[in-house]
Design a protein around this ligand. Structure first.
Ligand SMILES: Nc1ncnc2c1ncn2[C@@H]1O[C@H](COP(=O)(O)OP(=O)(O)OP(=O)(O)O)[C@@H](O)[C@H]1O
Ligand SMILES: [Mg+2]
Length: 250
């Protein structure tokens, strides 16, 4: 279980995160949902250990990680721009992080990840020869082979559209469930958050507006921000989600 306790962060005397506390169970997918500048990436980077918080604690499986360095936390992130190495082919990108960690995965496991993400036909291709969805899958594979204890994804779907977006979404879901991998995903798209996650953390200007299941967010919005910003956007897209939540929201 991941526990965030009263995390706060300021940049130049401006509060960016204010007293964020929440608990995430093993294998759960949680979306961080909020407008641009609300503090989503900052929170993700604090969990990863890339950014230092001013106040608060991070506990993972009963271990206090607050002062533990990024490389010793055992978490891993997929950045929005994938950050793949253009001079290496898909396969070499996937195994890059294993260079100094031989034995972390067996050949068998490596094959399993590659097959699971349907990357076998693309292993010898250059990064420039891959589509957006294929690059995203290579970035996911590269992260998964490191066997992270926590998977962090910063807007993994925003560069994708339509069918490809749906297929990556389904894959993220099955990875979390099959490997019981706790996953935190940043998004600014309410529809994406509602259809992808077990729970959603709605952030407004650095504070928690609501933390709950998609059902709770839809049926019991806690305040005007959730009602206004989130539900208004959803009404625009309601055709796409009404089948999930019943006729009355169509
Ligand atoms: N290194 C930094 N130095 C100073 N201010 C920063 C720094 N990083 C972020 N900020 C500020 O903190 C606030 C939150 O930024 P953050 O990147 O966490 O937002 P976000 O929710 O991820 O936004 P977006 O959806 O646009 O990616 C913003 O006002 C931003 O300008
Ligand atoms: Mg961001």
């Amino acid at each position: 279980m991941l526990k965030l306790e009263q995390i706060s962060k300021q940049y130049d005397n401006k509060v960016v995160l204010d007293n964020i506390s929440l608990e995430i169970n093993k294998g759960e997918i949680v979306s961080l949902l909020g407008q641009s500048g609300s503090g989503k990436t900052t929170l993700l980077n604090i969990i990863l250990g890339l950014t230092k918080m001013d106040k608060g604690r991070i506990i993972f499986d009963n271990e206090n990680l607050t002062n533990v360095k990024m490389k010793d936390r055992g978490f891993n992130i997929v950045f929005q721009d994938y950050a793949l190495f253009p001079h290496l082919n898909a396969y070499d990108n996937i195994v890059y992080g294993l260079k100094n960690k031989r034995g972390l995965v067996t050949e068998e496991e490596l094959k399993e990840y590659i097959n699971f993400l349907e990357l076998k036909p693309h292993l010898n291709k250059k990064i420039s020869e891959l589509s957006g969805g294929q690059k995203q899958r290579v970035a996911l594979a590269r992260t998964l082979v490191m066997k992270p204890k926590l998977l962090l994804l910063d807007e993994p779907l925003s560069a994708l559209d339509g069918v490809i977006k749906e297929s990556i979404k389904e894959r993220i879901k099955s990875i979390a469930k099959e490997f019981q991998l706790t996953t935190i995903i940043v998004t600014h798209d309410p529809e994406e958050a509602l259809t992808l996650s077990d729970k959603i953390l709605i952030i407004n200007q650095g504070s928690i507006s609501q933390f709950g299941t998609p059902h709770e967010i839809i049926h019991q919005p806690k305040n005007e921000f959730v009602k206004g910003f989130i539900l208004k956007q959803l009404q625009i897209k309601r055709q796409n989600i009404f089948h999930l939540f019943g006729e009355q929201y169509a």
